[in-house]
Design a binder for this molecule. Structure first.
Ligand SMILES: [Zn+2]
Length: 210
């Protein structure tokens, strides 16, 4: 796509190594088109820990997977993930998952590019973080806060799912692009911090094609 937020250094090769789904990667592979289906399996140290099939329907993906945690029996899970799109500032559209997690009776519904396998379901990083850590001072949160501070100072909304804020009246374009770069840098640092955190949590996890 080559648009805003693509090509972040350091992030690219890692996303598939733990149990995650990247909506842009799935779209590039043509897997978001209604009617397509495919499958993967994940292994840890050569042992299968999870397998998944993905079926695209209109407006949603249906994940069917078998999962086993901590030596318990295999369990089959069917999880529909709503899909949505936003317009890109430079044309085209960008796909998003809506996080299907329900916690304490509340639906998350956040617009996210990636979902991560928690103990049983694929959820957004916020829900995964809520499930696994109460340390709000994790580096990823620090980076996110820095990015959001610049976003809101420019009159935008917080969160990586938001469009970059437009240039405020009277601000020089150079200043504006410097701030947009700073948002992107902080987001990328947050992604890296998050990836490192996931590696610590799922040591040795890797993804094979089925
Ligand atoms: Zn969520």
């Amino acid at each position: 796509m080559g648009g805003y937020g693509s090509g972040r250094p350091g992030w690219r090769p890692k996303a598939e190594q733990f149990r995650s789904l990247d909506v842009n990667r799935l779209r590039k592979a043509g897997l978001l088109k209604s009617g397509y289906s495919c499958g993967w399996r994940w292994t840890v140290d050569g042992e299968k820990v999870a397998s998944i099939s993905i079926r695209a329907e209109v407006g949603r993906l249906v994940l069917v997977y078998r999962i086993r945690s901590n030596g318990s029996d295999w369990e089959e899970v069917e999880e529909p993930i709503p899909l949505t799109e936003t317009d890109c500032p430079y044309g085209g559209t960008r796909p998003w998952f809506r996080c299907p997690a329900v916690r304490n009776g509340r639906y998350c519904g956040r617009r996210v590019g990636k979902l991560f396998l928690g103990q049983k379901y694929f959820v957004c990083r916020h829900c995964l973080g809520l499930a696994y850590t109460s340390q709000s001072e994790e580096p990823m949160h620090r980076h996110n806060r820095r990015a959001n501070k610049i976003r809101t100072a420019l009159g935008g909304e917080p969160g990586t799912a938001s469009m970059p804020p437009p240039k405020p009246k009277g601000m020089h374009w150079r200043t504006y692009w410097r701030k947009i770069d700073a948002i992107d840098t902080a987001d990328a640092a947050g992604d890296m911090a998050f990836a490192n955190w996931v590696y610590r949590r799922f040591p040795g996890a890797k993804l094979d094609d089925l």
